[in-house]
Design a protein around this ligand. Structure first.
Ligand code: ADP
Ligand code: MG
Length: 382
């Protein structure tokens, strides 16, 4: 049983000169046995510190870390039954792959030599590095080194895997291959895993659930699609998704939301949801903006194409409400790759009410998330 619990976990660093840095601030997460949790957030938000506290490489200032029912705050790293994989791989350069993979078992278990050899052989086969066992790390490619680092973690058959940006030194193609492979591996081994990344694509595609951290504070824990469609706040809404959600400052005036360059009518039910809030931020995802709607509907606005970014499968179209401004403020819509659309072209942009999000402008809290009642608004039906 390897449920991992973080209970109000906090880390305060002494930054010298009486200065303190709160790197991790009261984080609560329960990671189920066998779950793959991705911890994601911008650089410096406290991801590595959180992972290092779980591994026992960093002390916990306050709060509790439990593995199953066991409080592990003060258990030494070697006695936690947790294996960590680092971005830097951290292989011993003077040892062969076989020695790198055997070392931990020789040091921390009383397994017989043959059993160690068998275990290492099996893990090496799982990672597809069986023919590299006699090489030194310097004779391996980056991708192979990463496999050895993973193999070395698997060999120990730990209760928990911790991975800190393990793919960020690989080129894009290898990274996406390893992403898939890691998911398959985790599925097979069924080992509780906490995977740290700053990359929202990895967060969206790899985890059972995603925990989003900003400035040491947990913003939301949920499935990738929950975080995408039902963000808890503006930070999550902007962090998850590429290109990012568009945001407009709006003020509620009677039945409408009024922005600098447009005014947006609200349905009665949405007005009721907003209560007496007036200062809001409207959010809409690029793929939800409809271009070229041939109506003069209340939610259709005149815009001009500023820049088109062809991505092949789709185009990112940057639009401006005012073409005359020197540096127009733009927002982005995505359309199919075969659409013909050019810079300078006038085009209408429709913001369907079912797709808009509204956030409290002061706190950033989500006040209204997009309507998911109609599954057609999420994905085509099969
Ligand atoms: P991430 O992995 O999300 O990029 P870190 O956990 O490494 O972030 O760092 C979180 C914050 O804690 C940063 O502001 C960082 O500068 C600070 N920090 C990390 N380690 C130390 C340390 N040993 N001493 C002081 N501050 C630290
Ligand atoms: Mg880090």
């Amino acid at each position: 049983m390897a449920q991992l619990t973080l209970d109000e976990v906090t880390k305060v660093f002494d930054a010298g000169g009486g200065e303190e840095v709160v790197a991790v601030d009261g984080v609560n997460i329960e990671i189920a046995d066998g779950e793959f949790l991705v911890l994601v957030g911008p650089s410096g938000c406290g991801k590595s510190t959180t992972l290092r506290m779980i591994a026992g490489l960093e002390t916990v200032t306050s709060g509790e870390i439990r593995l199953g029912d066991r409080l592990i705050n003060d258990v030494s790293p070697a006695d936690r039954d947790i294996a960590m994989v680092f971005q830097s791989y951290a292989l011993y350069p003077h040892m062969t792959v076989r020695e790198n993979m055997s070392f931990g078992l020789e040091e921390s278990t009383d397994m017989a030599d043959e059993d160690i050899a068998d275990t290492v052989g099996a893990s090496a086969a799982t990672m597809g590095i069986g023919d590299l066992l006699d090489r030194k790390p310097s004779d391996l490619s980056g991708g192979q080194r990463q496999r050895v680092a993973l193999g070395r973690a698997i060999v120990r058959d730990p209760e928990v895997f911790l991975m800190d940006e393990p793919l960020s030194n690989l080129d894009a193609k290898l990274r996406s291959e390893m992403r898939t492979e890691l998911q398959r591996l985790q599925d097979e081994l069924d080992t509780t895993t906490v995977y740290v990344t700053h990359d929202q694509t990895e967060a969206m595609t790899m985890g059972d659930r995603v925990a989003i951290l900003n400035d040491g504070r947990l913003q939301q824990v949920g499935t990738p699609l929950e975080c995408y469609h039902q963000p808890a706040n503006r930070f999550v809404a902007g962090f998850i998704g590429e290109p990012s959600m568009n945001f407009f400052e709006v003020e509620r005036q009677g039945t409408r939301l009024v922005a600098d360059r447009f005014s947006y009518p609200l349905s009665e039910s949405l007005r009721a949801e907003l209560g007496d809030r007036t200062d809001l931020t409207l959010g809409i995802r690029p793929e939800d903006i409809e271009l070229g709607a041939e109506t003069d509907g209340k939610d259709v606005f005149e815009t001009v194409v500023d820049v088109v970014e062809p991505m092949g499968n789709e185009n990112n179209v940057y639009l401006a409400f005012d073409e005359r401004a020197d540096e127009p403020e733009t927002f982005v819509a995505t359309v199919g790759g075969m659409s013909r659309i050019e810079a300078g072209q006038p085009v209408t942009a429709r913001f369907p009410e079912a797709a808009i999000h509204l956030f409290d402008r002061t706190t950033g809290e989500a006040v209204h998330n997009r309507d998911l009642a109609d599954p057609d608004t999420i994905e085509p039906r099969l």
